[in-house]
Design a protein around this ligand. Sequence first.
Ligand code: 13P
Length: 341
Amino acid sequence: MNLAELNRVAEAMVAPGRGILAADESSATIKKRFDAIGTESTDNTRRDYRELLFRSTEAMAKYISGVILYDETIRQNAKDGTPLVKVIEKAGSLPGIKVDKGLKPLPFCPGEVVTEGLDGLRERLVEYRGLGAKFAKWRAVIDIGAGIPTSTCVDTNAHALARYAALCQDEGIVPIVEPEVLMDGEHDIDRCYAATEWTLKRVFAELYQQRVALEGMVLKPNMVVAGKQCGKRASVEEVADKTLRVLKACVPAAVPGIAFLSGGQSDEDATAHLDAMNKTGGLPWRLTFSYGRALQAAPQKAWAGKAENVAGAQRAFAHRAMMNGLAALGQWRSELERKAA
Ligand code: 13P
């Protein structure tokens, strides 16, 4: 393992004022997004849409350190024949790849899932490295509900995440370790805190057991928020405070950076929460974004599958990228949102 090189890539992924674009929606998920904007999901429409993001040259160069791709996209060419990976690299951003194979029901644990994809992973990592991937992503999902999560679910997912991370580092690829405690449900913010703490403690114990070098990884956690159906909303200050508290209790300082998922928060909440944490300052790791929905909802709506809307969609993407880039520095202000509206 070349730890210096892994660390160099991990640091670049969380460089000041930059974050990650999660554009790794599976074919089923991107179809759902396209359905919402009345656009058919085909190889070409998926290519056109993702190409418009990656060709938002200024936004990519300034605010996007890396892009997480789906298997189809890492092999796809832009309309002019240039591999999309090259378009991303030319914009000064790092290509990455989602390598998990999705969620499957966890036996004997009703309502819980385990992430699959360890079989054959080393071979797939070698291939993806050849296609240009510098980092990878594996998402584990922990749901909160009556009697869940169970320790079976937390432990099984933490173990799989650590096995994945070790394989990545052994093949010279920086792992994004993503344990996502879902926002779905009626639970309050303190239940989210407890489930997040439990999950992160188990994940770091398993990473140690599998000999993963923390300097060569990026953590992608959820923020500590109330469930979507909870009657009691938490303020921006409370989310920032509780998220920082759980991270300080669980994430060693050797980890170069933490890049949050947006998880179904509104665009502006995802930005405001990140900003509030960074305004606190004095943190041992960089805190940035690795957003899917919170970066793409606006450009998807503006694009609506029409070629004549590409420039508008690129402006919408550039705006969200800039807002989150500022939040990664603790320099965002809500007036900046209103001015753009
Ligand atoms: P969201 O920001 O939409 O949660 O997506 C991030 C991601 O990569 C989930 O795995």
